[in-house]
Design a protein around this ligand. Structure first.
Ligand SMILES: Nc1nc2c(c(=O)[nH]1)N[C@H]1C(S)=C(S)[C@@H](COP(=O)(O)OP(=O)(O)OC[C@H]3O[C@@H](n4cnc5c(=O)[nH]c(N)nc54)[C@H](O)[C@@H]3O)O[C@H]1N2
Ligand SMILES: Nc1nc2c(c(=O)[nH]1)N[C@H]1C(S)=C(S)[C@@H](COP(=O)(O)OP(=O)(O)OC[C@H]3O[C@@H](n4cnc5c(=O)[nH]c(N)nc54)[C@H](O)[C@@H]3O)O[C@H]1N2
Ligand code: SF4
Ligand SMILES: [Mo]
Length: 758
């Protein structure tokens, strides 16, 4: 469980190196110090055999070599033949230890007389099936739900989605990617008609300008960051621009940092486009042949767009964004004038009430300037979790979605899936299910009676979490997790132990559309089972054994790739044999001899694109990508005299989300994340000194942390990490969400801060 955070902040990163005294420590410190890349780890641990696999942590999806000794994972190193070029970050290296850390969930448990007590699998699954059946019978299919994860394997998400949508007949299937990638999805789909980035990691090696926004790449996608740094090292003229309100470790290595005020991205990007128009950086051929313009439901012209952008002169916008007009102009100039510009972004954009607008404006900047579809020139949203793309977005395991970019609301899409899944027409409900916040709200209202929570910890990671704990308490909650206890198992009626990482087999899809295989190398501990086995068991007990006939990872994959063949995501050519042999393959990939696709929408490169033009945006009926006229709205949860500071939340390098895993890894567990970054000026005004216990209070709740005086944050804003279970920052965050993506705005709310003694 998370470390005892009463200890004053635990080890610093420098102390960690001293304690470890190994290259693991170096791997942790080096990028922070900004020297060369030392991520490779020379290992002396003897092993019996090495096996190809993938890191289980972030969406970078690094290739790992896994060394087995006496049927245990004894060592892990970077895979030289994978895209990560043999490198791993500190979390990737820690996968050596995670399987054997304490706190693994070992056997099923049932709550009896208020206490979770050990039970047999049969007893637990009989109870789960009975409660699901009873609820469906008494209150209809929409009284049950599945809440999943971008950390499940594709076979698992696909099976759960099929069971609930085509079997039970409810679209109440959502998951943590709603908290993470939903605005990227709506950004891409409203622009290109289809989800997922068009470019690939190789583009990093060709870019001459990087536009990084709302991403702390060094800490959250360290191996991608190292590749960016490689490019800068070999081509020093390469420019890196960063847009982030905080002076993060990433900010230390960039050419231009715009520390914008949170939630003002729409103004900034519109102002950059203003400069593109003013300085004639617009690609006229793009505008004439490949783009259309839209505002809300209305089609617009390029002239309308120009008039709209006129309002966003950098000199006007500078104040809104809290940066200088000169910096906006310089950023726009560097972006547009480079030979190839690559944008990278993550939660700073997605977790905002205008997440969709910010996402599509970044794509618009590329389309308008022609920085698209060439080596090094592409908008590229980084994905958080290892399988948010391949598992949840591609399989359509979200409340409004169906596989391969189809939508529940579209009758033709429902019919296509009913035919492919071989269920009667009309089986898939025409009603979209509850998105995450609405799902937990439905639990509060008693409308959802049973929920299967798999591979996620919503008791800690939902926004405004206190408001939803009552619902979790009321609902018959089945929690499937690899660790026990967690903040969510507190509310569970049944806990089921799950296999972790290479204790089970499966496929994931990383941020660049690369599908790759995780082999099963060792047995899970105790009675733990794979999530797929648990879903198959539940399906059978609920009477959907015929529907869920594919029951092994390989059979489910084969079914899934055949489903894809009928879509613009076609990856029928990615066979299991290829996955076993190759270091992953980028879809589309329609045949077994197709090498995979580096750049989408480019005829000659993307097998789905037709014609002889520069682009075919086949996701849109007219083949044109859409540039949106989006307006800056008033930021969320305005500050007041009572709540005068902006609260921003995020991550650090060494920990993963709720720390169920990294909080136990010997190399990471002593790094304590329970602090509040506060600018020395604000601390001075509030009479707070470094290390003081402080109370952060919002309109929804409060949390205690320790002050860390730091100029990483701007005056007027404070920052805390999401990692600790002892100090639930989501008691303070806001559950307001983007109206299109329904992604919550974790990145901004108004708070007050005071010392605990006051
Ligand atoms: N070490 C580590 N790595 C991880 C994870 C982890 O838990 N730990 N989790 C993975 C997951 S699931 C995800 S989603 C990613 C997240 O990766 P990131 O998005 O890079 O990480 P965050 O710390 O959530 O937020 C990124 C930055 O957004 C900035 N920001 C806040 N408000 C704004 C704004 O209004 N505009 C702009 N432009 N920026 C803003 C914040 O200051 C912060 O530095 O990381 C993945 N990788
Ligand atoms: N304040 C704030 N809150 C946030 C965010 C933020 O930036 N700020 N970010 C949001 C984002 S982007 C994300 S992605 C979410 C993440 O939120 P969560 O998904 O809730 O966080 P995790 O800790 O990754 O939870 C994964 C759980 O699955 C378990 N697990 C690991 N592997 C397996 C497996 O193979 N099978 C099963 N059954 N269980 C497994 C782990 O032990 C853990 O309990 O948090 C969101 N919440
Ligand atoms: S960058 Fe991500 S995938 Fe690569 S080793 Fe680190 S945590 Fe694992
Ligand atoms: Mo995420």
């Amino acid at each position: 469980m998370p470390p005892d955070s009463d200890k004053p902040r635990g080890l610093t990163r420098r102390e960690l190196v001293r304690v470890l005294g190994t290259s693991v420590g170096l791997a942790c410190l080096t990028p922070l110090a900004g020297c060369g890349s030392f991520w490779e780890r020379q290992t002396a641990i003897p092993v019996d055999s090495w096996h190809k696999g993938v890191c289980r942590f972030c969406g970078t999806g690094c290739g790992v070599m896994i060394g087995l000794k006496d049927n245990k994972v004894a060592d892990v190193k970077g895979d030289d033949d994978a895209h990560n070029r043999g490198r791993l970050c500190i979390k990737g290296l820690a996968t050596r230890d995670i399987l054997y850390s304490e706190g693994r969930a070992l056997h099923p448990m049932i709550r009896k007389n208020g206490e979770l007590q050990p039970a047999s699998w049969d007893e637990a699954m009989t109870l789960v099936a009975r409660r699901f059946k009873d609820a469906i019978q008494a209150n209809g299919p929409d009284s049950v739900a599945f809440y999943g994860s971008g950390q499940l394997y594709t076979q698992e998400s696909y099976t759960a989605n099929k069971l609930f949508k085509a079997g039970i007949g409810t679209n109440n299937v959502d998951g943590n990617p709603r908290l993470c990638m939903a605005s990227a999805v709506t950004g891409y789909t409203t622009t290109f008609g289809k989800d997922e980035p068009a470019g690939c990691y190789e583009d990093i090696d060709h870019a001459e300008c990087f536009f990084i926004t709302g991403s702390n790449t060094l800490e959250c996608h360290p191996i991608i960051w190292e590749r960016v740094r490689d490019r800068k090292r070999s081509h020093p003229a390469t420019k890196i621009i960063l847009v982030d309100p905080r002076k993060t470790p990433t900010a230390r290595h960039v050419d231009l940092h715009l520390p914008i005020l949170p939630g003002t991205d729409v103004s900034l990007y519109n102002a950059m486009i203003h400069v593109f128009l003013e300085e004639n950086f617009i690609d006229a051929d793009m505008v004439e042949h490949y783009l259309s313009f839209q505002e809300g439901e209305q089609k617009r012209t390029f002239d309308d767009f120009t008039r709209h952008i006129a309002k966003y002169e950098p000199e006007t916008v500078a104040k809104t964004c809290g940066v200088t007009a000169q910096d906006i102009r310089e950023a726009a100039f560097l972006f547009a004038s480079s030979k190839a510009t690559l944008s990278l972004w993550t939660m700073g954009l997605n977790q905002q009430v205008q997440g969709t607008a910010s996402n599509r404006l970044v794509s618009a900047m590329h389309l308008l300037t022609g920085h698209f579809g060439r080596p090094g020139a592409t908008p590229f949203s980084l994905t958080g979790q290892p399988n948010a793309c391949g598992g949840v977005r591609d399989t359509g395991s979200l409340a409004h979605a169906l596989p391969n970019g189809r939508l529940v609301a579209n009758p033709k899409h429902r019919e296509e899936m009913e035919d492919l899944w071989n269920v009667p027409r009309g089986r898939i409900s025409p009603k979209p299910g509850h998105h995450t916040v609405a799902l937990f709200d439905a639990m509060n209202r008693g409308a959802v009676k049973c929920c299967l929570v798999m591979c996620t910890n919503p008791g800690q990671t939902l926004p405004n979490v206190t408001a939803y704990r009552e619902g979790m308490e009321k609902t018959f909650l089945v929690v499937v997790d690899t660790f026990y206890p967690t903040e969510t198992t507190k509310f569970a009626d049944v806990v089921l132990p799950a296999a972790l990482w290479v204790e089970k087999e499966g496929v994931t899809g990383n941020a660049e559309r690369r599908y790759h295989l995780y082999p099963k190398l060792v047995d899970p501990p105790g009675e733990a089972r794979s999530d797929l086995e648990i879903l198959v068991d539940l399906a059978t007990r609920l009477g959907y054994g015929d529907l869920i006939a594919a029951r092994t990872p390989r059979d489910v994959w084969d079914e899934w790739r055949k489903v894809s063949a009928h879509s613009q995501y076609n990856f029928e050519g990615i066979t299991y044999e290829r996955l076993q042999k190759e270091r992953g393959i980028l879809w589309p990939c329609p045949t077994e001899t197709h090498p995979g696709t580096k750049r989408r929408y480019v005829p000659g490169q993307d097998p789905m694109a037709s014609g002889t033009g520069r682009f075919d945006f086949y996701g849109k009926p007219d083949g044109r990508a859409v540039v949106w006229l989006d307006h800056q709205e008033e930021p969320l949860d305005l500050y007041s005299d009572e709540y005068p500071l902006i609260f921003n939340t995020g991550r650090i390098l060494e920990h993963w989300h709720t720390m169920t895993i990294t909080g136990q890894a010997p190399t990471l567990k002593d790094i304590h994340p329970d602090y509040l970054e506060i600018h020395p000026y604000d601390a001075h005004r509030l009479k707070i000194t470094d290390g003081d216990p402080v109370i952060v209070k919002s309109r929804r709740g409060e949390v205690e942390l320790r002050a860390r005086l730091s100029d990483i944050v701007r005056p007027g804003m404070v920052f805390a990490t999401m990692h600790s279970a002892r100090h639930l920052i989501n008691q303070s965050t806001h559950d307001a969400h983007d109206p299109f993506s329904k992604q919550p705005a974790f990145k901004r709310c108004a708070v007050s801060v005071r010392t605990k003694t006051v």
